[in-house]
Write a protein that binds this ligand. Structure first.
Ligand SMILES: [Zn+2]
Ligand SMILES: [Zn+2]
Length: 205
């Protein structure tokens, strides 16, 4: 079964992100999974914990109603293509991990790596550029057309992944004077410092 999200919606998601890429395709499919399993876009209290900050997060923000600004999209910097969705209202959730090699054979992976390296170093020929684009497009299509159960390992989650945001005090930085959330203040030489001011003094030591 291929992606059940409408073509126009996928196109709008690509527009929002700025380009089409495999990472965005992963984000689209995991959002689709969250729509199917939790009706996430209509959920009363949805939350997503993403373990990566790559392209796919834009699809999640665009499609699921979980966003950084609302505070119901939380990034944990683990560098994994893993996503937990939870609805605090229905108390249901799941964690999905993208199966990295689900449909790529080793040769395709190796070819992509070699071509990417050439591109980054700026010595890929026109033909190699096209070849890389084709490999990427194939991967995007495979991700968009696969059965969801073949691209994600999924397990149910029955406890909320994070506590609701606490209201924190704001404190004025003793160096720049800017108001800063209490949890981000560093204490140095009896002064309350924001992170950049703390980094400034730390560099001088
Ligand atoms: Zn991208
Ligand atoms: Zn400061």
């Amino acid at each position: 079964m291929t992606c059940s999200i409408k073509k126009e919606v996928i196109e709008k998601t690509i527009e929002f992100h700025g380009h089409s890429c495999p990472g965005l395709a992963i984000g689209i499919r995991v959002s689709e999974l969250a729509m199917e399993k939790l009706d996430i876009q209509n959920a009363k209290a949805p939350v997503c914990v993403t373990e990566t900050d790559m392209c796919g997060v834009d699809a999640i923000q665009f499609l699921t109603g979980c966003s950084y600004g609302k505070g119901n999209l939380i990034h944990k910097d683990y560098g994994k293509s893993a996503f937990t969705f939870y609805d605090r209202d229905s108390q249901k959730g799941f964690r999905a991990v993208f199966m990295d090699n689900f449909a790529d054979d080793e040769k395709q992976t190796d070819d992509t790596r070699v071509l990417m390296k050439k591109m980054i170093q700026g010595n890929a020929t026109k033909q190699e550029e096209e070849q890389l684009q084709k490999l990427r497009n194939d991967r995007i299509n495979r991700i968009l057309q696969a059965d969801l159960k073949n691209i994600f390992l999924t397990e149910d989650v029955d406890t909320p992944p994070v506590r609701p945001a606490r209201i924190l005090k704001s404190i004025q930085c003793d160096s720049c004077g800017e108001t800063t959330m209490e949890s981000r203040i560093r204490l140095f030489d009896d002064k309350n410092l924001c992170i950049p001011c703390f980094q400034n003094v730390e560099q001088k030591i």
